[in-house]
Design a protein around this ligand. Sequence first.
Ligand SMILES: Nc1ncnc2c1ncn2[C@@H]1O[C@H](COP(=O)(O)OP(=O)(O)OP(=O)(O)O)[C@@H](O)[C@H]1O
Length: 881
Amino acid sequence: MEVAPVLAKFTNELEFINIDDIYHDLYVAGIVPHGEYFEVRKGDYVWMKAEDKGQFDVAIGAQVVKIVADKLFVMDDEGKTYTGSILVAVNPYQCLPIYTAERIKLYQDRNLGELPPHVFAIADNSYTRMRRDGQNQCIVISGESGAGKTENTKLTLLYLAAISGRHSQIEQQILAANPILEAFGNAKTIRNDNSSRFGKYTEIHFNPDGAIVGAQIKQYLLEKSRIVSQANEERSFHIFYSLLDGLDAGDKQRLDLVDASSYKYLTEGCTAKYNGRDDRPNFSHIRSAMKDLVFSDSEISDIIKVLAVILHMGNIEMEAHTIDHLDATQIPNMTHVERIGKLVDLEPAAIVKGITTKTIIIQNEPTVSNLAYRDAVDVRDALAKGIYVRLFVWIVGKINSVIIHPEAESCSLIGLLDIFGFENFNHNSFEQLCINFANETLQQFFFHHIFKLEQEEYDAEGIDWNHIDFVDNQDCLDLIGKKPMNIMSLMDEECMMPKGTDQTLLAKFNTTYSKDKIYLKPTRHKTQSFGIAHFAGEVYYDLFDRGLCCRQLKYLGMMETARIRQAGYPIRHAFQEFVGRFWCLGGLIPPSKSEDKQERARQICENVFGSSGDYQLGTCKVFLKIAGDLHLEQERSRILRNVTIVQRHIRRWCQRRRAAAIVMKRFLLAAVRHGRFRAWRNLFLIRFRKLRRQLILFQKLWRSYLANKSVNKEDLGEQNLQNFPEIPQSERTEEIEGTMETPVRVDEGFPLRDEPKGAAGECRKSCPPAVAEAEARKGGMPPKQKKPSKFRRSEAANNGCQPSTTSKAELPEDELAPELTKVRKRKSVAFSYRLLRRIVQSMETSSKVFLWENVLPTMEKAPREETMITAAVICLKLRRT
Ligand SMILES: Nc1ncnc2c1ncn2[C@@H]1O[C@H](COP(=O)(O)OP(=O)(O)OP(=O)(O)O)[C@@H](O)[C@H]1O
């Protein structure tokens, strides 16, 4: 054993390297670390660091050929380094003589590694293991677009067909499926002139003797958007161009077909024709492949018809118009509709209806409504895409019906998965997201088998093994498709939102995944994109392609449509309808029936637009520009919103008052019920004091009234009238009446606690004992001396009598009640029952007792005395408790 710890020198084809430059994962190539050195033996494979430090400069494999003292001599391995059953195939972009029948024979029944790496070596290894171990095999072919997946799939099939040894028709048929699938599923892209726009899984079925007995093809993710639009310098699926170039003139005339440059669906990418592909011979090739796979003439004819229908469909021109003020779509030129009708045996009207209207079921009743222009275009395109996808699925099914073995279940199989590679363009759309998601899933599968399961098996078997770490991409898979709120589900949700846009979706992503390391937020340069850190690199997705949209708008004649829409007045309202909708913009008075609606419409327009030219008044209608209509609607919404706010506040205020009253009532009842008089008293102390003052006022008023009444009736009316000069009846009545009815001012009344002085003293004396007792008990406010009014004092003096001090308790009850009613009716008297109620509700117990015993009995018959009675009941209860 030779150890070479230091420098190694190379000459000529051998190169000089420092041992430090040997990669530290040398043991991958069979070299074992030895302390701080590596133990290197002659014949070992080593990796050498690349001199350049660029991102894709990888280590170079080499074999140790000589070890002399401190020098290590290595030689480039010339691509002989095998990584087990993984083949890295390089696309040579030229025909190399390495796929010949001799090479097939060379690789047959050879162990992996015996010969240089080759796709045939991988295919042979799978076949051998299937037969030897009886295990189904799978070859996964992955790589970015243009890497050579499809070519290598075809080469693998070719090899398996060659070595399985039977050379029957089935092998021919399996190989014949390729040109058909390529014609319908491949297209020119900027990366690859023959890019597969679908994923394909082909199973080859073998009998116990190892002969091919059948096959099955499964297709995934056909890029259907390509039917209606292609990126610049790209084309639609090959079959359309082959058809138009390869059909003879008679067939073309029968189908009303011309050349590819006349069809909108074929010219989006501006490359109906391109150098390097002759579509004419392809068509006959496809036809003969179809014959191999037992497609009948009528089936081939139907396929061609369907393709023609799709092409005509793309040429149906539509225009926006309005029906009953609602957006609708019309088809001004029916030529293409009629051609479609002829091909599929349908009435043109039925086709127009299908494209320009929609039917929804409301309460089990179908309801038809018109589609707006943009929606109708979408429907037409969706129909074309749907038809093509179904055609493709049908063709794959037809091929399978021929090549599938009736007892496929019992056969051994080798599966070949050819799926789009990882894609990262300048603009990455939803298609790229799907493709990269599929690749992430494949990568996960790969990691799982190569790293996880393999190392788990080593562990289980007790193999001495240094674990190799690998980057698990599970987080990325979760983000795109597995989390409860994954990118796909959020996209789905946004598509269903009536006003969902790219921006709203992006905002949702940014919020939902703000802490996710796999999700990359928009950058300064890519403000409308989000990124995903894939295992293969970071990709920013745009879901908006400005260039593509501009081209579509141009081809749809949208520029002209927009111009006429902008210059004209596309929105119209009859005056009646206009005023009915926008009356609130012309002052908040609703229109009357007799009003001149035209004049009112003019007012509204002038009010809103001033002198701007966003509107014009016709003889029956208001004509508006789109911006004008929008402005009107916005103004209307603003005003109605404000009205709603005011209404809301008023309603809230009313409700609060109502609620407060209910709470108060409950509280009072509860307080009474549970004897919590003190709590009630404390809570309403401030109010109580105020109301007590009002009670005093009430008493004053009441006594004043009684005093006045007594004076008027007894003294003025009967004793002194003869002393006055005679006055006219009307004046006299007025004066007397005036005396009776004049509102009594507060300062003219007799305060509750006036000391018994003179007339007032008489009044005090006449107070009922209960009041006196209560006042004495309370010892409350000091009596406030107020002079009786001059008028009354002089009246009393003149008449030689004392003012009446008769209390209401001393009056007969039947006399008091009508007087009370009279007083209540007088608007000018500053007393109301509401006030009275409040007074009673807040009175002290003693006052209430007084009220109960002296006042209420006289007021029971009054219509609005429920509250008084309630108050009295409360008083009684309080007295009991
Ligand atoms: N082994 C090869 N020898 C010669 N030319 C090749 C080979 N592999 C690929 N090519 C050339 O490269 C082109 C692209 O290869 P291919 O269609 O297989 O790529 P792909 O990975 O399947 O791309 P896509 O994902 O777009 O379908 C082929 O059309 C062919 O011209």
